[in-house]
Design a protein around this ligand. Structure first.
Ligand code: HEC
Length: 408
């Protein structure tokens, strides 16, 4: 697909995705918060709790209640499109950003020889299989033991991510984990929460009494979604954090972040039952960020010391830019199959698909970055994204210095 069009899709659907996600998560957080903070209403058998909230110059009186078949409210608000819109726009983004390039942004050719289309098969296949496995687990007797279910789910996610790490690049590993959990959340809404609520409402319409058990099932999946929310936000934003996904210990970092965020969310929910909830939040935050910082920066204790090449400050800055703009996803491997290796580029002869040739110099490197489709290297597709509007002049100088510093 045309690179400009892909970029356009990317902008439109990213915006829709973020706005829908904010609306969904906002609802989810608020509803869970209300659920936790309902006050008991002893005088009223039908009441499941009530609360008063000050907002917009008035007091909202909220009551959660059981109803009789003839009391079904005329205007009943249902919350589902926030979730569906988030998933649909997210899926379109996955396709337009990651799948249109034939899986080239998913696989890491320095780790695997799999053909590019296998990236798509793995990504799409595990989104579908992941949902069925997760659903099966929580439908099984394990589903009644929240902590056991959580431990198994968490362990399975880490195993999956560790395996994915052997074929995907770091950025794609994080995104795929986020997409998988995001899919669970939306599928929970569609196949559990809505289904059970519809069942409950249908029974009421048939004149049967309000059955709380169907709603209870829905509530369990709502709680799952609630706890998955923070980790998914981190994973979805991770494209901005190359030092996390790009680290050799990226799976350990993700593990610490996920556990830390779940503990913090749980403490936020438990402020009425766990007296030291605040201290636990602070301690988790400090311990978690310290461990993550350590994982990101402390060199490995075992194994061969990594050869450190001294770069000029400008080239060093260029290396950062190279990493943060995702250049390495395509260009890192020295035997490029997706994109040409940039090692030893300067001074070498380049041949292009139109048959022309030139000796690569600085000006050529600049031109290749800013106007990548003008000259397409022979043997490669014009798959490089447009960067002309993204890269600042100073960054371009740094990138060129970095490319120059790459030996053979
Ligand atoms: C989606 C994969 C992809 C990404 C991301 C990418 N490139 Fe490329 N790049 C390519 C491909 C494919 C080619 C060869 C085709 C062409 O010349 O357009 C290429 C060509 C180049 C060339 C010319 C190489 C030669 O052998 O003559 C340079 C220099 C370059 N890219 C630098 C960069 C920089 C710097 C970044 C990050 C800002 C980047 N690329 C990001 C895919 C990518």
């Amino acid at each position: 697909m045309d690179a400009g069009l892909i970029e356009f899709f990317n902008i439109v659907f990213r915006f829709i995705h973020i706005v829908a996600a904010i609306m969904w998560i906002g609802n989810s957080l608020l509803f869970t918060w209300m659920e936790i903070n309902l006050l008991e209403d002893k005088e009223n058998d039908e009441s499941l709790g009530y609360m008063n909230m000050l907002h917009g110059g008035g007091i909202f009186y909220l009551q959660k209640r059981m109803i009789k078949p003839d009391e079904i409210p005329h205007r009943l608000h249902i919350f589902k499109w926030q979730s569906y819109t988030t998933w649909i726009s997210g899926f379109i983004l996955l396709v337009s950003v990651f799948y249109t390039r034939g899986g080239t942004l998913l696989l890491d050719p320095s780790k695997t020889d799999l053909p590019a289309y296998m990236g798509l098969v793995i990504s799409l296949g595990s989104l579908i299989a992941g949902w069925f496995l997760y659903d099966l687990l929580w439908r099984s007797p394990v589903g009644n033991k929240a902590w056991l279910g959580l431990a198994i789910t968490f362990g399975a996610i880490l195993l999956y991510a560790s395996w994915l790490e052997t074929v995907f690049n770091g950025r794609a590993v994080y995104l795929q984990m986020g997409a998988m959990m995001g899919t669970w959340m939306s599928a929970n809404v569609r196949f559990h929460i809505m289904v059970n609520q519809d069942k409950m409402m249908a029974a009421l319409r048939d004149g049967k009494p309000h059955d709380l058990s169907a709603g209870k099932q829905a509530k369990i999946r709502s709680w799952h979604n609630h706890y998955i929310t923070f980790p998914v936000i981190f994973l979805m934003l991770s494209a901005h954090f190359p030092s996390t996904y790009g680290s050799e210990r990226n799976i350990s970092i993700a593990a610490v972040v996920i556990i830390g965020l779940i503990i913090i969310k749980h403490m936020m929910n438990s402020y009425r039952t766990i007296p030291r909830w605040k201290e636990i939040i602070y301690a988790t935050f400090i311990a978690g960020t310290t461990v993550v910082y350590g994982l990101m920066t402390v060199p490995p204790m075992f194994g061969d010391p990594v050869e450190v090449v001294q770069l000029s400050p400008e080239a060093e800055a260029g290396k950062q830019v190279f990493s943060s703009l995702g250049c390495q996803a395509c260009h890192l491997p020295q035997t490029g199959t997706i994109a040409p290796s940039l090692h030893g580029l300067i001074g070498s002869e380049r041949e292009f698909v139109d048959g022309s040739k030139l000796i690569a110099d600085e000006a050529y490197v600049r031109d290749s970055i800013m106007n990548s489709t003008a000259k397409v290297v022979k043997g490669f597709a014009p798959a490089m994204p447009p960067y002309a509007t993204v890269i600042q002049e100073e960054q371009l100088d740094q990138l060129v210095a970095y490319v120059k510093s790459l030996g053979n």
